[in-house]
Write a protein that binds this ligand. Sequence first.
Ligand code: DON
Length: 568
Amino acid sequence: MKKVGFLILILIAVSCTSSKKEQANHINVKQAVEAKKGMVATAHPLASEVGAQILRDGGNAFDAAVGIQFALAVVYPRAGNIAGGGFAVYRKTNGESGSLDFREKAPLAATYNMYLDENQNVIPKLSSFGVLSTGVPGSVDGMIELHKKLGSLPFEKLIQPAIDLAENGFALTENEAKKLNDYQKDFLKANDSSTYFFNDGKWQTGEKIILPELAQTLKLIRDQGRNGFYTGETAQAMLGEIHSNNGIITQADFDAYQSVWRKPIEGKYKQYNIISMPPPSSGGIALLQLLKGSEQFEFSKFGHNSLESIHLMTELERRVYADRATYLGDSDFYDVPVDMLLDSAYLSNRFSDILLDKKTDSKDIKEGNVDIIESIETTHFSIVDKNQNAIGITTTLNGNFGSKVFVENAGFFLNNEMDDFSAKPGIPNQFGLVGAEANAIVPEKRMLSSMTPTILEKDGNLFMVVGSPGGATIITAVYQNILNVVEYGMDMQQAVNASKTHHQWLPDLILYEKYGLDSLVLNQLQEMGHKMEPRSAIGKMDAVLVLPNGTLQGGADTRGDDTAVGVH
Ligand code: DON
């Protein structure tokens, strides 16, 4: 029965004319995957299989997470990484929860004005391209700490599948071949024509990628732990690239890097308990603000992507992102007023001027004038094992392929995470996000993030693991994914597939997915004064839902090669 339905949906999809190709992105050709003994959802089928196999071999969700992080660094180099950073939010079978911050840090030699010229203007691209854009990487330390605290199988066993993939090779998917071809000019500019991923834009679907240098680096990590990355030949290879291009990271930065266990942000939305990432992510705080604000309105009555629901979400988002810009930064360096931002009285006052039939202007909330540049590459994966240990990890190089600098001798890209700092108050970064003192550059500080790995509990039990890439849109994508399940009764696959919208205070416009909105609703929003701007995708989610009978339901986004694999 399921197969017949699936075929019909495929036929509908292929019968679309080519001019409607993008529209097909929003047809739910994937069905939710269900299984009892474990669920893994990641951005790449090979990484999902690595995680599922670790679960079949008796590993727990945390073991699978370590295996997947390294596997993605091989098969999904545009966002998977060892020289980037990320966040993990977990919940153990006994209900204990926590979060791990393995976000990159500003180098010791970083300075407040490092991306400004002599006239105090931001130098274009300096914070987002090339080695000056690179933060001190955190992923390897993060995975080692995660394994030390929560893992059950030997580390060597978890990293081995990634080594095998790098050494024996793997086939490029159509999406990944295209993405590599799209970035050829940047690879050439940041490296030279001998760099591995430069081939004049001729990458083909199915072509085999073999990365012996990366395999060797992963073996060093397998055998020496963090020293295999932060010291010795890997560190030398990174520093070689960095110093030959006026970069400022030194061995002292690598020696000083430590990931940090943090108390998650927790709060209630109706009967759900939300567990999410605290600063240096803005995600947990902003998500809870949005959900608490949503309690004031009857979203289920208005319906998914109706005029009212999109208008109300927009008005909530406008205010929440204005708070983000002013108050949020790394709480190790800046006194983030977390309690105030989540205080019920503060929030009901903050949202009290929202009207159902009238748009607010962002300029009346706070001045500013910025542009959004589209770029959505980071990656999130969600895992639940047979004992309902759960973990969500969002990890990134920031932009596609990070700084575009490829460490030739060690086989990986360096991140461009420094662009997530506010280079100058009020001047937008590549996601159009503005910031201020709270997110100014300070040596060893972590740049503010939107990454929002999140776990929901219902009545004290595990309910959902969710997260997304998408820069500024991560928070709003996660928010809508939760509403989709809780308010509109979608299953996990429908919820991740559903077309999404986004507003971030500045610029004052609603992004929506092309062909994703009813044209009547689109017109009505415009008549209300909302400026509408289409884009190709908002979020790219991999999530797991626990059904009332304990079955695990995986949802893997149709916007990419994302794949959910169940363990039976
Ligand atoms: O931490 C952040 O918020 C960004 N560096 C995330 C970048 C991202 O999601 C890019 N696109 N998917």
